[in-house]
Design a protein. Structure first.
Length: 317
């Protein structure tokens, strides 16, 4: 009898633990992405699909303004995780840059090494705009409002003697911006996202000639020296159809941020689910093809304890 009671007690304890673990998974989860014309969205959709299928939650990829919006939504608790630029995460967490006296206390890193967000400016092939300097005073689509790329644009174009204040700017989704460019309603479209950007693929498939503008090497060297999160890389002609020459431009690294107040066990399971199904994430967009355990721990702010536990468990930290 005592033996039977002991067995029943042990079974109840096991079931109780299992129920607690299950209860820690919320019914709904929200993944902050970006505009449908960028790389954030398809990658976010893949993350949401993995979380839905592996954790039993209903995760949704939300269309947002991008990095800045995602960090704000996560900090407020309106999104559970989201894709963001490493420099924005660092400023938001430490209260630097545009976040002085407004540090975000409810964000942690889930993982890094997601992709490189390239600084891309597209013009039509017959445009008189031949360099970044020629953009001053022109009508430029900047992507969706709330887009963190606007901050980067001012840093880059500031080296050329102008900022977005010197442009006639419009703020719409990348896809809509490309349509405006093709129709002659704007002179250029600025897209800061991983390559290939679906909006520029749309432009390339349209049959009309187009060009991407380069950032001069001396300007790039100054930016890289002043801001550690910048890199300088090449977008080769193999990235987009009908692209006539390689383009050298700036990039920043993208990461995934998560609510700091989420339960450690939940975040551990989230991280485990994502990295045990990397093939799904990597196949969602070429920009995610380099994601690995080796690159995942390179983050610009403290990692969530749940994610850190997983990476230590698998020997990545």
């Amino acid at each position: 009898m005592k033996k039977m009671l002991s067995l029943l007690l042990a079974l109840c304890l096991v079931m109780g633990c299992a129920s607690s673990a299950f209860a820690a998974v919320p019914k709904f989860m929200s993944v902050g992405t970006g505009s449908t014309g960028g790389a954030y969205y398809p990658i976010g959709v893949a993350i949401a699909e993995v979380l839905t299928s592996k954790l039993g939650t209903q995760a949704t990829a939300e269309v947002t303004g991008g990095s800045l919006d995602n960090l704000m939504l996560i900090n407020q608790g309106d999104c559970d995780l989201g894709i963001a630029q490493g420099n924005n995460m660092m400023d938001a967490y430490y209260g630097t840059g545009d976040y002085v006296d407004n540090a975000y206390e409810n964000i942690n890193a889930l993982f890094g090494g997601l992709s490189k967000g390239f600084f891309q400016v597209a013009v039509m092939d017959n445009s008189p705009i031949q360099s970044m300097a020629d953009l001053k005073g022109k009508k430029v689509c900047m992507g969706p409002a709330g887009n963190a790329a606007i901050i980067l644009a001012d840093l880059v174009w500031g080296k050329y003697g102008f900022t977005t204040a010197d442009l006639k700017t419009t703020y719409v989704a990348y896809d809509d911006g490309i349509s405006q460019l093709e129709d002659g309603n704007v002179d250029a479209v600025y897209i800061q996202t991983a390559i290939p950007a679906s909006a520029i693929q749309q432009l390339a498939a349209g049959g009309k000639g187009y060009r991407l503008l380069s950032v001069d090497e001396d300007i790039a060297n100054e930016l890289c020296e002043e801001y550690g999160y910048f890199g300088y890389g090449t977008i080769s002609t193999s990235v987009y159809d009908n692209m006539k020459e390689d383009v050298n431009t700036m990039f920043v690294s993208n990461m995934v941020a998560v609510r700091a107040d989420l339960d450690e066990d939940l975040v551990y399971e989230m991280t485990k689910a994502i990295f045990e199904n990397l093939d799904i994430i990597k196949s969602s967009h070429k920009a995610a093809s380099g994601l690995s355990l080796e690159t995942a721990t390179r983050v610009s702010i403290p990692m969530h304890p749940g994610a850190e536990r997983y990476f230590k468990e698998v020997g990545a930290m």
